[in-house]
Design a binder for this molecule. Structure first.
Ligand SMILES: [Fe+2]
Ligand SMILES: [Fe+2]
Length: 157
């Protein structure tokens, strides 16, 4: 599996979950809690494989995208802290949906920057073989991802 294809598939998975959250009724607290737990698992796993494997490899291969990598890590930082707050927040709390809404905005912005500006540069710098190999490593590393959002490296960035 090509690394960039894998990451884009993850982006699609979370986008579908975001849409379900946005369509959930105001009082659908049980469904919203479940969706946020699934979103957390998906995003933490995704951030983990990007930070452990993809970002360092991309930075080494395309040093001129270094600023992109650093900004992306700061964006992950905000996302994992928001996820850690949502973990203990009651979906009936008036802050819950507001927090998820801002989380979704942040992630959409982040994904757009990755896909539009940065990934194409990485794709043209890396060969197909290298992207395949990275993709395989990332697919395997998913099993090692932490459950706790704050266990991802960017939480301490
Ligand atoms: Fe990312
Ligand atoms: Fe991503």
């Amino acid at each position: 599996m090509d690394a960039i294809v894998l990451l884009k598939e993850d982006h699609k998975t979370v986008e579908a979950l975001f849409k379900r959250f946005e369509q959930a009724g105001e009082r659908a607290h049980v469904e919203k809690r479940r969706l946020v737990d699934t979103i957390t698992k998906e995003l933490v796993t995704h951030a983990y494989i990007e930070e452990e494997i993809f970002y360092p490899a991309a930075r080494a291969k395309v040093p001129e995208t270094g600023d992109h990598v650093l900004e992306s890590i700061e964006e992950h930082h905000v996302v994992v802290w928001m996820l850690s707050e949502l973990k203990d927040l009651d979906p009936a709390d008036e802050h819950f949906t507001a927090k998820v809404t801002v989380l979704i905005e942040n992630v959409r912005h982040h994904v757009e920057e990755e896909e539009k500006d940065w990934f194409p540069q990485v794709r043209s710098a890396m060969g197909r073989k290298e992207l395949q190999e990275l993709g395989e490593r990332m697919a395997e590393a998913k099993a090692d991802a932490p459950g706790d959002p704050l266990a991802v490296k960017s939480a301490k960035a």
